[in-house]
Design a binder for this molecule. Structure first.
Ligand code: T3D
Length: 265
């Protein structure tokens, strides 16, 4: 039987998706794309799933595209490198960034190429101190994809984005945190516990409000201030009419812990 390339485990409101090709540093094949997409779509459809954790099996998070599974052959005709992005990476990044619940990347080891940018597409990135982020593309004559050219300058500024993209050097987790590329670098032996604590907190949070927050922050990168203020009015109306907002304010006034359902209505 073929082993699954993505392991899926639900515990309470937390869905954990583990990239599972440790011998090839969890590099992406078409099968892995299909399985990850299915996992994320299942998360989107399941109201009881309130947060997704994405991590890697073994010593890597992901080394990006499996370079043996692209159709490149030494001396052969080059395949259309954009086609794989259209078919697989772009929809994956869209799925992560528009999922109406938080996605946490638990970066357990090296994250290279599209593997780095898939992690950076997640809402919160926690990385083991020994992990690193490598925009490996320049080493093979490609450009950063899977959203890399969009997210890098926004997170770390154009100067650092160009350095990361053009030099393709590993950026250690601690420096990634210091530069604002990720949320947190933690001791290796604390990574899973820290991720579980964050996931458990988000699993009982006001999920719909978080989804609207995610939407607003994503829109801010192209909006003017005036457009963003309008969007905040629109989304705050939706958040304010949600049962979780009523519960949150009621709980505050009654001096008791809030019990959020995560539902829209
Ligand atoms: O159409 C398109 O393709 C466009 C899409 C592009 C998306 C992309 O992601 S392009 C970028 C692809 N990724 C890379 O270029 C990174 C390649 N990997 C590395 O540079 C290194 O493996 C790492 C720096 C990530 C880690 O180095 P190290 O020394 O710790 O491990 P290693 O020995 O290089 O790798 C261990 C095994 O994983 C090895 O297999 P083996 O020899 O033991 O059977 C290695 O070949 C395999 N592996 C690592 N990365 C990939 C890979 N196999 C296939 N594809 C990989 N990307």
């Amino acid at each position: 039987m073929t082993e699954r390339t993505v392991l899926s485990m639900r515990s309470g409101g937390v869905l954990r998706l583990t990239l599972n090709r440790p011998d090839k540093l969890n590099s992406f094949t078409r099968a892995m794309h299909a399985e990850l997409r299915a996992g994320l779509e299942a998360a989107a459809a399941d109201p009881d799933c309130r947060v997704v954790v994405l991590t890697g099996a073994g010593r890597a998070f992901s080394a990006g595209q499996d370079l043996a599974d692209t159709g490149w052959a030494i001396g052969g005709v080059a395949p259309d490198a954009g086609a794989l992005l259209e078919e697989a990476y772009n929809p994956l990044i869209q799925l992560i960034t528009t999922l109406e619940k938080p996605v946490i990347a638990a970066v357990n080891g090296v994250a290279a190429g599209a593997g780095a940018n898939i992690a950076l597409a997640c809402d919160l990135v926690l990385a083991a101190r020994s992990a690193s982020f490598i925009q490996a593309f320049a080493k093979i004559g490609l450009i950063p994809d899977a959203g890399g050219t969009w997210v890098l300058p926004r997170l770390v500024g154009a100067a650092r984005a160009r350095g990361l993209a053009m030099l393709a050097e590993p950026l250690p987790a601690e420096k990634a945190e210091a530069w604002g590329l990720i949320w947190k670098a933690v001791d290796d032996d604390r990574l899973q516990a820290e991720v579980a604590a964050v996931a458990d907190k988000l699993a009982v949070a006001a999920t719909y409000g978080l989804a609207l927050t995610k939407r607003a922050i994503a829109a801010s990168s192209t909006n003017t201030l005036a457009a963003q203020l309008d969007l905040e009015c629109e989304l705050q109306r939706l958040a304010g009419a949600s049962p979780d907002c009523a519960e949150g304010i009621g709980a505050f006034l009654q001096k008791r812990p809030a019990k959020f359902s995560g539902r829209k209505a």
